[in-house]
Design a protein around this ligand. Structure first.
Ligand code: NCD
Ligand code: ZN
Length: 343
């Protein structure tokens, strides 16, 4: 039986680092394993301009643990007022690697997101021209659409029209949760890829709701039926270059999770690589972990894979149930399954 597994150092193509004390508390859990991450811009206020992104990048770099080698890949939060020239300049200086589309009101801190998609057409046009990817939070927010259907409806109503209108635009469907999204990605030969989170490979909606409500499994997009989880696992472990890791590790304090109206997000940064090794081994696909976590993402983003490596050892890892932060404890995602790999 394989006792160690060495892969190119992985990257996280969808990560929430927050700011201030929380940033300092969670960042070491990512830099312990990952060389780069696409940093989500949903701060309050959001990271909208090149200047915002530069300042946020500098705060992340200043918060790096001693000796850590980590490159934050910054993103801009798309609003109806985003200036295409500012986006192009931030891309040209090597600062910004994607623009993030949040439908207004879809998730945590998305109030400044897009309501009228026609208004952002000039930005999308510019992005297509310069090869800058659009990352989508793929859920509609219409009150009449069931929350479990919001991803599938987004594909039909929003994403497909955008892609037809801008065929040269590179799109990343973020944190996909449905077989519909897997099929949609597979149907496209170019300019479409998807990130998959660690937690969506492990939980389905029963984990959130059966036997009492489990706020720490509540995230957006919300986990779906088991058949969807299985479709995600098949996609992630297949080696198909269009699917890669974006943990969507999204820390919230327990005080903010355990409320009558609690925040969405799972904090998976500490144990993501151990969980992924377990998932891939269960599916007989340990040999595809490197493609999913380390190779497919940089290839789609037009960046070289990392030169250095990460070695996982077959040894039961130990993780705290939560980490302490000056803002209060943050619960670490509990994958329920026993873990056998230490990263
Ligand atoms: C994210 C957050 O907390 O910022 N929450 C989540 O459930 N994933 C926002 C997001 O990515 O939707
Ligand atoms: Zn996210």
């Amino acid at each position: 039986m394989t006792q160690t597994l060495t892969i190119r150092r992985p990257d996280d193509w969808h990560l929430h680092l927050r700011d201030g004390d929380m940033l300092r508390a969670v960042l070491p859990h990512t830099t312990a394993h990952f060389a780069r991450a696409i940093i989500m811009p949903n701060l309050v206020p959001p990271v909208v301009t090149g200047d915002d992104a530069r300042a946020y990048r500098d705060r992340i770099v200043a918060a790096l643990p001693k000796g850590a080698e980590f490159t934050p890949l910054m993103t801009l939060y798309l609003t109806e007022n985003t200036d295409p020239k500012d986006v192009a300049a931030a891309h040209a200086e090597g600062l910004v690697h994607a623009v993030k589309l949040y439908p207004a009101g879809a998730t945590t801190n998305s109030a400044s997101g897009v309501a009228d998609f026609d208004k952002v057409a000039p930005v999308l046009e510019k992005m297509a021209e310069i090869g800058l990817p659009l990352c989508t939070h793929g859920e509609v927010t219409d009150a009449d659409v069931d929350i479990f259907d919001r991803e599938a409806v987004f594909i039909d109503r929003v994403l497909d029209p955008i892609r037809r209108g801008h065929p040269d635009l590179k799109v990343v469907m973020e944190h996909i949760t449905t077989a519909n999204a897997v099929d949609y990605v597979r149907s496209a030969d170019t300019n479409l890829a998807a990130t998959i989170t660690t937690h969506h490979l492990v939980i389905n909606r029963n984990h959130i709701l059966v036997g009492g409500i489990k706020p720490h499994y509540y995230c957006l997009p919300v986990a779906k039926r088991e058949e969807h989880r299985l479709a995600l696992r098949a996609a992630a472990t297949s080696g198909d270059a269009r699917f890669f890791l974006g943990t969507d590790s999204a820390p919230h304090t327990d005080a903010n999770k355990l409320l009558p109206c609690g925040c969405a997000g799972c904090f998976t940064a500490p144990n993501t690589m151990s969980i992924l090794a377990e998932v891939f081994e269960q599916d007989g696909a340990l040999d595809q972990l490197e493609a999913f976590a380390s190779l497919n993402g940089p290839r789609y983003y037009g960046l070289p894979a990392n030169e250095d490596t990460l070695t996982l050892v077959r040894e039961a890892p130990e993780f705290p149930s939560h980490i302490d932060t000056p803002d209060g404890p943050v619960t670490v995602f509990d994958p329920i399954i026993p873990l056998n790999w230490t990263a």
